[in-house]
Design a protein around this ligand. Structure first.
Ligand SMILES: Cc1cc2nc3c(=O)[nH]c(=O)nc-3n(C[C@H](O)[C@H](O)[C@H](O)COP(=O)(O)O)c2cc1C
Length: 239
């Protein structure tokens, strides 16, 4: 069993302005898809990944595994993924059931419309759309790329734990002025990714994440994605 860092019990009180701070970071986070080239120090990345490890998990199992890349290993992985996607023959991404429930389908269509409009890509322009999809594999030019994996024997509630960890990474990063983009686009390419990362046999690639300082000038980073109002998705009783 791995040694876990033992922490002294801490009082659970939070500073009174914590809500303002946390809400501000939650709202400021965006999926950032164009980055400035300056590198992130390993210590910063590790600090973020450690802070996010405060995420809860079922029976404290902490099923997350993270592979962090920069420099030439990052580029080598991106090059191989672009080549693999052009070669084809990988399972079609099955991130969603087919058909997607109507209401979700409308959100997906709205996302695609905003995304390609922001990028100035015609919906019918398949080569331009493919080129944009390929930018995923080089982590949109970010100086750091993360791949998240999990023991493939684990079930959906452990994937839920991993999701909580991933959101915590994005929030811890944003609180330090660092941008991210979560990316499921990597999932179909486990066979290409695993050898690059010497991933444990039995692990499966869940998703990736770009990390770095976003390019504030890039049009693609100005996209605002709307959210339902709380009244639309909450039922309450007994208050
Ligand atoms: C699990 C997950 C997978 C995602 N995969 C991708 C992806 O492969 N490529 C991409 O550009 N964005 C991806 N996104 C980003 C979503 O499109 C984005 O979160 C959503 O449109 C809301 O926008 P926001 O993150 O800017 O608030 C993903 C988000 C999540 C949570």
């Amino acid at each position: 069993m791995q040694t876990q860092q033992q922490q002294q019990p801490q009082p659970h009180a939070v500073p009174t302005d914590a809500a303002r701070c946390v809400d501000g970071v939650l709202r400021a986070r965006r999926s950032v898809r164009a980055y400035r080239p300056e590198p992130l120090p390993l210590a910063t990345v590790m600090d973020i990944l450690q802070a996010a490890a405060a995420a809860p998990s079922n029976s404290n199992t902490q099923p997350w595994r993270v592979h962090a890349l920069a420099g030439s290993p990052l580029k080598a992985l991106g090059d191989d993924l672009v080549a693999a996607s052009r070669r084809g023959g990988f399972p079609a991404p099955a991130h969603f059931p087919d058909p997607l429930p109507d209401e979700l389908c409308a959100h997906q269509a709205d996302f695609a419309e905003r995304y390609y409009r922001t990028l100035g890509i015609d919906r019918e322009d398949a080569p331009a759309r493919r080129a944009q999809t390929e930018r995923n594999y080089h982590f949109f030019g970010a100086p750091v790329g993360l791949i998240f994996s999990i023991d493939a024997r684990l079930q959906r509630h452990s994937w839920l734990d991993l999701g909580l960890y991933i959101q915590s990474v994005m929030i811890a990063a944003k609180a330090r002025g660092i941008d991210t983009c979560p990316q499921v686009s990597f999932a179909p390419f486990h066979a290409v990714i695993a050898p690059h990362l010497q991933m444990a046999p039995g692990d499966i690639t869940v998703c990736g994440m770009s990390m770095g300082h976003g390019d504030a000038e890039a049009q693609v980073n100005r996209m605002e994605m709307p959210r339902w109002h709380v009244q639309a998705f909450v039922r309450h009783a007994g208050f």
